[in-house]
Design a protein around this ligand. Structure first.
Ligand SMILES: [Zn+2]
Length: 320
């Protein structure tokens, strides 16, 4: 048998660094100080830390970790790739305690590792191009389903105090991509600007018959509504919101079955993780390995410090 876990980039530190360099620097080492490409020398020697380069233009040292979610991390690169592989290959995600049991170290390290990988999976902005599903959703002759779900609010481990549920809005293309948003409420004032900027005007919008969507639907080429309370749950092959409901079902099974400590302040990052796996799913021809490579590409240009991550938490502290 040939286990995918035996691949050199998952077992060997030098191979892991070379693997990440090949993906983030396809045209040669990029100096993060002066931006010059392919003009650096790899420093070698027993006293030199692995993956250290020196720029011939500005004479400054650098590594491939700089300016990525890997920066300022003491976790070896092959462990990073192992953790990314696990999170990319598991449909419902990997719990912090599982990362901790698998990789050792402290729970704090495991928790922060998970959040930085989620950050790598996050789409930065609507005009982002590349493998992260940037640009607007939908288009001519395409249907985008919009719906909201509520996460949290369970009394478990919270000393009887039940925090309010947090709404998440998801926009899903049929047979395509998904984009989810943690929102403060589900008023038209909140949802309209998000839907209008992320969904192409030529799209046919499909929602339930909540009044909040009435003022939003007229911004699109068509607007269909599904009445969930009526017996015609699926009126026809066309008028339904099954795609977004199926996505919510995986999202919620993952959140409740795996992540017990999801707090409002981190919910957007968990949503990004489930978006990422949906947008890079096997049904679109993307296998576990390719999905992991795409998460590695997503590490570029993003930083997440422990301080800013921990500060965004509310209600529930991380599990340590
Ligand atoms: Zn330089």
């Amino acid at each position: 048998m040939k286990s995918v876990l035996n691949q050199p980039e998952l077992c060997n530190e030098e191979a892991a660094i070379a693997y990440v360099e090949a993906r983030l620097w396809p045209d040669g080492a990029v100096c993060p100080h002066c931006g010059v490409i392919g003009e650096a020398t790899k420093l070698k020697g027993k006293t030199t830390r692995p993956g250290l380069w020196k720029c011939r233009a500005c004479r400054k040292p650098f590594t491939v970790r700089m300016g990525t979610v890997f920066e300022s991390s003491h976790v070896p690169m092959h462990i990073w790739i192992q953790a990314m592989y696990l999170m990319c290959a598991s449909k419902k995600g990997i719990a912090t305690r599982q990362l901790h049991r698998t990789f050792g170290g402290s729970l704090k390290t495991a928790w922060f590792l998970g959040h930085r990988i989620r950050e790598a999976m996050t789409v930065l902005k609507v005009d982002d191009s590349g493998p992260f599903g940037g640009g607007q959703l939908g288009g001519e002759n395409e249907v985008v389903e919009a719906d909201e779900t509520f996460v949290g609010g369970k009394a478990r481990n919270r000393k009887g105090k039940i925090p309010p549920k947090t709404p998440v809005l998801s926009l899903v293309e049929r047979d395509g991509r998904v984009r989810s948003f943690r929102v403060p409420d589900v008023t038209a004032q909140t949802l309209k600007p998000i839907i209008v900027s992320h969904v192409n005007k030529a799209t046919y919008l499909m929602t339930d018959d909540a009044p909040v969507y009435w003022a939003i639907g007229d911004q699109f080429s068509g607007h269909g509504t599904v009445n969930h309370s009526a017996e015609e749950y699926v009126r026809a092959a066309f008028w339904h919101t099954n795609t977004v409901e199926n996505f919510f079902s995986i999202f919620k099974r993952g959140i409740y079955g795996c992540y017990f400590h999801v707090s409002e302040g981190h919910l957007h990052r968990y949503a990004a993780e489930f978006d990422f796996r949906h947008n890079n799913r096997i049904g679109l021809g993307i296998d576990d390995q390719t999905r992991t490579d795409r998460a590695i590409l997503g590490a570029k240009g993003k930083r997440l410090t422990y301080e800013t991550t921990a500060l965004t938490r509310r209600e529930t502290p991380p599990p340590f």
